[in-house]
Ligand binder design. Structure first.
Ligand SMILES: Nc1nc2c(c(=O)[nH]1)N[C@H]1C(S)=C(S)[C@@H](COP(=O)(O)O)O[C@H]1N2
Ligand SMILES: [Mo]
Length: 431
């Protein structure tokens, strides 16, 4: 039987420019069923008899609270965060990547959210944790977790992306993997208190223009932020996807700076100090700059510009034979909402508009899809995000013209996946 959702896709969409009527739908349906199930019978051949009951259909299963805190099926054991052992000297100052190739939708499950540590993951006692707010304020405060949870709460869905995501590919394509090339992004529903609410409580002095935010990990990682951004949409959060933050994501308290690079989203947040200038000096422990072709450096490049990637097919999830497929992907921008995503199957010569799936939220991952009839010929798949400001995701060639190849950060270029006739998928860059 054909899934009914395919009926609507086939009837309402254009594939390779051909309007699909009822006749094409039947044809595509057969191709679809054949291509998705390896060795499947033709779509309209009825099975001789219903399949026999498997062992699990003939016995009682495990009872409730067999697993008081649930976990994925044992057969999903390969869906995990992974690191690149040679990338960093040790695991305490390192990064792990989300398995985007195995994820569906816009929310990253808490156990699969990417990790980035400068001094490892501290395991903090929330009863002993404090948040101090001081500097250019009327009434400096030291807050306990109980104090923080009493403030009016808010929940919002936002991505966090490390600006080093894709940083291994500034000079050439070298990581044949979706997970390792794009997995330094994740998205969650965050719950906490608006930073503006806490700043109201302490009273901002009028000379204040900047904030220094600091973590309680061994790195005491700190970053400078503009007061405007703090008052606009920053959140001090204690929950992630409905449960307490994971220790990996900053338990018991983290800053979320929507749409800005990951490193300003300070985890294990313990201090906010207001001042009249940035702490871009001896006092700031982590500096993030972009080395430009002329030898100068750009600082304070916080914004995550529009970016997208096709998550199916990808090197980890090849095609299994000619037929109808749904190209799937994710798009995002730190500048608000994704307005449109275009998909090309010929390396950027022709583009079709993909369907954006609700909800399309500001500074959150957005899902897109496009049906595609693959004829078994070589193809070059690309996606291109356009955000509500009109900004268009650049090619790697365009980005290099402007920024050179010395940079590590902010590679938001279009990803090209090369499809070979056997269905395998490769990470390539076009000249
Ligand atoms: N205290 C503290 N906050 C931190 C870090 C850190 O090492 N220590 N890493 C930063 C960096 S570089 C990134 S990209 C994000 C990653 O967030 P995640 O580990 O929840 O994915 O956290 C940021 N906040
Ligand atoms: Mo980062």
């Amino acid at each position: 039987m054909r899934p009914s959702s395919w009926r609507s896709i086939s009837l309402s969409s254009n594939v390779a420019g051909t309007p699909l009527g009822r006749r094409s739908f039947l044809g595509l349906g057969a191709a679809l069923t054949g291509s998705l199930a390896i060795g499947a019978k033709p779509a309209n051949a009825a099975p001789a008899s219903p399949p026999a009951d498997a062992p699990w259909s003939q016995s009682l299963g495990a009872g409730v609270v067999d697993r008081p805190y649930g976990r994925p099926a044992d057969t999903e054991a390969g869906v995990i965060r992974r690191n690149v052992p040679w990338l960093t000297a040790g695991a305490e100052s390192s990064v792990s990547f989300s398995p985007l190739q195995d994820l569906h939708g816009i929310i990253t499950p808490n156990g699969l959210f990417f990790e980035r540590y400068h001094a490892g993951r501290p395991d903090i006692d929330p009863d002993q944790h404090r948040l101090m707010i001081h500097g250019l304020v009327e009434r400096p405060l030291v807050l306990t977790m109980k104090d923080i949870v009493r403030f009016p709460s808010t929940s919002r869905i936002h991505f966090i992306e490390c600006p080093a995501n894709g940083g291994m590919e500034w000079r050439a394509a070298q990581v044949n993997s979706l997970q390792f090339n794009h997995g330094m992004i994740s998205c969650a529903e965050w719950t906490g208190v608006r930073l503006s609410t806490l700043l109201d409580e302490v009273g901002v002095r009028k000379e204040a223009k900047w904030a220094m935010v600091e973590g309680a990990d061994g790195a005491h990682m700190n970053r400078s932020l503009t007061l405007d951004k703090c008052l606009d949409d920053c959140l001090v959060v204690y929950a992630q996807n409905g449960e307490a933050l994971r220790p990996e994501q900053g338990y018991p308290l983290r800053l979320v700076v929507p749409g800005w690079e990951g490193n300003v989203n300070i985890k294990w947040l313990r201090r906010i100090k207001l001042g009249d200038r940035p702490w871009f000096s001896r006092e700031e422990t982590s500096k993030y700059t972009d080395l430009m072709p002329d030898g100068t450096s750009r600082g304070f490049t916080w914004l995550i510009d529009a970016k997208s990637v096709i998550t199916f097919p990808c090197p980890e999830k090849p095609l299994t034979g000619p037929g109808l497929y749904e190209i799937r992907g994710l798009a995002w921008t730190g500048n608000g909402k994704v307005k449109r995503v275009d998909v090309s199957t010929d390396g950027g010569v022709n583009w079709q508009t993909a369907r954006l799936h609700e909800p399309v939220l500001s500074k959150a991952l957005t899902k897109f899809t496009l049906p595609w009839q693959w004829d078994g010929q070589p193809a070059l798949l690309e996606s291109r995000a356009i955000d509500e400001t009109g900004y268009v995701q650049p090619t790697i060639a365009q980005l290099r013209t402007q920024r050179g190849t010395n940079s590590v950060y902010h590679n938001n270029s279009i990803q090209t996946w090369q499809i070979k006739p056997d269905g395998s998928v490769f990470d390539v860059q076009l000249a």
